[in-house]
Write a protein that binds this ligand. Structure first.
Ligand code: FAD
Ligand code: SF4
Ligand code: SF4
Length: 409
C-alpha cells in the first residue's frame, strides 16, 4: 500500500474511476459516498445492446469500475458518509460523519434472507448492481423496528449476525494529501413543467425508464403494470431552456433516449414510439449510423410540447405546435418519458463553502488548485466514457501533485 492518501468524495462513475486509477498507481484512497450504495446514477442504467451488438451506452463500463473498486486493497470505502468540515495545513484533515449502516459489510454474504423474510415492503433496499457490497441495506424510513420496535426478524434470522438494528452513527477523521470532489450531477426535477410529472402516474423520466429496463428488462405503465402501446419521448426537459437560465445542452440525453427507444422496439415490437425533439445531438460517426437506423422505427417529431393532460382512461394527451406547418396538434399516448437534463448537484454549495472555491456561471464546479481537484459531471455534462477519461486524467494530475511534481494548470 502507498504512503500517500487521497480523499475521493463521491462514489459514482467519476469517483470510482479515479479511485481505481490512483489505487493501481499505489496510492491509498479513502472513498466517501453519501448514499448507501456505490455507483452513482449510471449504476442504474441498463445495457442497451441491440441484437447482442454493443451500442456503446457505457453502462457496463460503470459495472467494471465498481467491481474493480469494491475489493481493491488500496481503496477503503465509507458509504452513507459525508464530509462535515476540512482543514489544511501540510495535509488535509477531514471530519467525516457516517450514518449508521445496519448491515455490516464485513459479515454479510449477500444471501438475501433478510429481504425474503422482511414483512414490510421497501424496508430492505437492494443495490442496482450485483457488484454492490453489501447488496442490501435497511431503509429506516420503512423498517418497523425504527417505527415502533415491533419487528426484529432480519436481525434474528441473518445467519451471519450481520444486522445490528441499534447501530449508531459514527465520526471519522481522515488525513489526506489531496482531495478529489466527484459529487456528480442532479437530474433536472420536472415537477414544475406542464407535463404532469409527479401528478400523472404514466409520466416518467429518462432515469426512471433506465431503472425499469435494468430491473425488469421491460417497460410497463406504472398505473396498471401493463405494456404501453404507444410511448412518447420528450427531449431537452430542463436543458437549453432560457426561462430556467439553463442554456447548456446536457449532451447525453438524446443518445440515452434513442438507445432506450430502440431497445424497447426490439423487446416490445408492437409499441409505437414518437420522439419530440429540437435538434438531436449525435456524437461521433457510430452514433450517426445508429441515429439513421433509429429513424426507421421511431416517429421523429420536431416540436417541444406545450402541455400534457391525463384523460379519463389514464392515457395522456400531448399538445404541440408542428414546427413546419405551425398547426396546433395533439398526440395521445400511454406513457411519456421526459428526457431530463444534467444540472449542478446541490452539494456544490457545501463543497464551495468547505473548500472556498466558487462555481462557474452555470453553477458547476471545476478546480485543480492547492491539492483540491474535481472530476466528472460536477464540472458539467459528460457521458460515461467522457467521465471515465476525464477522471483518469485527473487521477494522473493528482498523482503528480502528491509526488511533488509540477503540474500544468
Ligand atoms: C437521463 C440521463 C441518461 C443518461 N444516459 C447516459 C447513457 O446512456 N450513456 C452515457 O454515457 N451517459 C449517460 N448519462 C450521463 C451519466 O449519468 C454520467 O456521465 C455519469 O453518471 C457521471 O458520473 P459522475 O460520477 O460524475 O456523477 P454521478 O453519477 O451523479 O455520481 C456522483 C456520486 O457522488 C455522490 N455524492 C453526491 N454528493 C455527495 C457528497 N456530498 N458526499 C459524498 N458523495 C456525494 C452521489 O451519491 C453519487 O453516488 C445520462 C444522464 C442522464 C441525466
Ligand atoms: S440475511 Fe444477513 S448475510 Fe444474508 S443478505 Fe441479509 S444481512 Fe447479508
Ligand atoms: S426489522 Fe423487520 S421490518 Fe425492519 S428491515 Fe428487519 S425484517 Fe424488515
Amino acid at each position: 500500500m502507498g504512503d500517500k492518501n487521497v480523499l475521493v468524495i463521491g462514489g459514482g462513475t467519476a469517483g470510482l474511476s479515479a479511485a481505481v486509477e490512483l489505487a493501481n498507481l499505489g496510492v491509498h484512497v479513502e472513498l466517501i459516498e453519501k448514499s448507501k450504495f456505490l455507483g452513482g446514477h449510471a449504476i442504474g442504467y441498463a445495457c442497451k445492446a441491440i441484437e447482442n451488438t454493443c451500442v456503446k451506452c457505457g453502462a457496463c463500463m460503470v459495472e467494471e469500475k465498481l467491481q474493480s473498486a469494491v475489493f481493491h486493497p488500496n481503496i477503503n470505502v465509507l458509504a452513507a458518509s459525508q464530509v462535515q468540515n476540512i482543514s489544511q495545513n501540510n495535509r488535509f484533515s477531514a471530519n467525516i460523519r457516517q450514518e449508521f449502516l445496519v448491515i455490516d459489510p464485513e459479515k454479510c454474504t449477500n444471501c438475501g434472507l433478510c429481504l425474503n423474510r422482511c414483512p414490510m415492503e421497501g424496508a430492505i433496499l437492494q443495490g442496482f448492481s450485483k457488484n454492490n457490497h453489501p447488496f442490501y441495506a435497511v431503509n429506516i424510513k420503512k423498517c418497523l423496528y425504527f417505527k415502533d420496535r415491533s419487528c426484529t426478524i432480519c436481525r434474528d434470522e441473518c445467519p451471519e449476525t450481520a444486522i445490528d438494528l441499534d447501530k449508531k452513527a459514527s465520526e471519522h477523521t481522515i488525513e489526506a494529501d489531496a482531495v478529489l470532489i466527484a459529487i456528480g450531477f442532479q437530474p433536472f426535477n420536472p415537477k414544475d413543467k406542464p407535463y404532469g410529472y409527479g401528478r400523472f402516474n404514466n409520466v416518467v423520466t429518462g432515469l426512471d425508464l433506465e431503472r425499469m429496463l435494468k430491473q425488469s428488462g421491460r417497460v410497463k405503465k406504472p398505473s396498471d403494470n401493463k405494456l404501453p402501446q404507444k410511448i412518447a419521448f420528450i427531449q431537452c426537459v430542463g436543458s437549453r431552456d432560457a426561462k430556467l437560465n439553463h442554456l447548456w445542452c446536457s449532451k447525453v440525453c438524446c443518445g440515452s433516449a434513442l438507445r432506450m427507444a430502440r431497445l424497447i422496439k426490439e423487446r416490445q415490437p408492437k409499441t409505437e414510439i414518437a420522439f419530440f425533439y429540437m435538434d438531436v445531438q449525435t456524437f461521433g460517426k457510430d452514433f450517426e449510423l445508429f441515429y439513421r437506423e433509429a429513424q426507421k422505427d421511431i416517429r421523429m417529431i420536431r416540436a417541444i410540447p406545450g402541455d400534457i393532460y391525463e384523460m379519463d382512461d389514464r392515457r395522456l394527451k400531448i399538445n404541440f405546435v408542428n414546427n413546419s406547418t405551425h398547426e396546433t396538434k395533439e398526440e395521445i399516448v400511454d406513457l411519456v418519458v421526459l428526457s431530463v437534463g444534467i444540472t449542478p448537484v446541490e452539494d456544490i454549495g457545501t463543497m464551495s463553502r468547505i473548500f472556498k472555491i466558487g462555481p462557474d456561471e452555470s453553477g458547476f464546479l471545476r478546480t485543480d488548485h492547492n491539492g483540491v481537484f474535481t472530476a466528472g459531471t460536477v464540472q458539467g455534462p459528460m457521458s460515461i466514457p467522457e467521465t471515465i477519461a476525464n477522471s483518469g486524467s485527473v487521477a494522473w494530475k493528482i498523482k503528480k501533485y502528491i509526488d511533488g511534481l509540477t503540474i500544468d494548470n
